[in-house]
Design a protein around this ligand. Structure first.
Ligand code: 9D3
Length: 251
């Protein structure tokens, strides 16, 4: 079977030190590593992703590495200048032949949803720019068109780095071969095929804990009955907690 080359993900940031812990753990770590099957040393699973985190400050072009200035028109906070962002994008894009889908993480962006994640997981290369401070000079955003502006929700964070990590996590777990137990991504609520329901509750051993019993049906061995119970619980929870998911409106 022919395998596609790993998805290349670039991140441009003023805080590169925020990334190694997240990219170096769990599924995001494993997805970037080759794995040898001990039963068959010729069966080497190639990495499905590679991460490249770049410090925008490296492109400041001045000896103080300064990349921000006060906002024209006044007001609090600093604005990241065009030139370091532009130069960093040009340098990083030249490191690979494939065109990058450019993404700016910004509170002004389109709210992130699973369909957007799926679309991005189908691209060969993603370049994410994480803003900080009050934002980035609008002229470089305009010059970087086409660029997708994405938000992770209506609450205020201090920068685009955590949103970039959220997006990376959501994308990478969809890449074929990224997950340990194959196919669990397909069971997700919010996947296109899946019904848009919250998950049912889960239980494991011991059967009794602190006087609380696990539901009898789950121990019955009757798989049809278990499936029906889980479906009913999922519906009940969705109606109670997220009735918006049961309407016709997207997300
Ligand atoms: C308090 C500052 N705000 C003045 C109205 C503007 C503002 C600027 C920069 C608010 C947040 C930020 C930093 N946040 C992001 O860069 C960001 C973000 C977010 O804050 N929430 C949800 N998604 C995202 S994606 C990037």
């Amino acid at each position: 079977m022919a395998t596609s080359p790993p998805l290349r993900i670039d991140v441009l940031t003023l805080f590169p030190e925020m990334f190694p812990g997240v990219l170096g753990s769990s599924i995001l770590k494993r997805a970037a590593e080759p794995v040898v099957n001990p039963a068959d040393p010729n069966d080497i699973r190639q990495p499905v992703v590679s991460y490249h985190v770049t410090d925008i400050r490296d492109y400041a072009g001045n000896k103080h590495q300064k990349v921000d200035q006060p906002s024209f028109g006044g007001g609090p906070g600093m604005v990241i200048q065009c030139q370091p962002v532009w130069d960093a994008v040009q340098a990083v894009e030249a490191q690979d032949d494939r065109p990058a889908t450019r993404i700016l993480l910004t509170p002004q962006g389109e709210p992130l949803t699973q369909p957007i994640v799926e679309e991005l997981a189908g691209q060969p290369r993603l370049l994410m720019i994480a803003g900080h401070y009050e934002g980035i000079d609008e002229r470089v955003i305009e010059k970087l068109a086409p660029i997708r502006e994405i938000s992770v929700g209506d609450y205020v964070l201090s920068g685009g780095e955590l949103p970039a990590m959220v997006l990376i996590d959501a994308v990478v777990r969809l890449l074929p071969g990224a997950l340990g137990h194959q196919d669990s991504a397909h069971h997700d609520s919010f996947s296109p095929g899946a019904q848009r329901l919250l998950d049912h509750p889960h239980y494991t051993r011991p059967r009794t804990w602190e006087g609380m019993e696990a539901p009898e049906v789950l121990l019955s061995g009757n798989h049809a009955k278990i499936e029906a119970w889980r479906e009913a619980e999922a519906r009940k929870r969705t109606e109670e907690r997220r009735p918006d998911l049961l309407g016709d409106a997207p997300q």
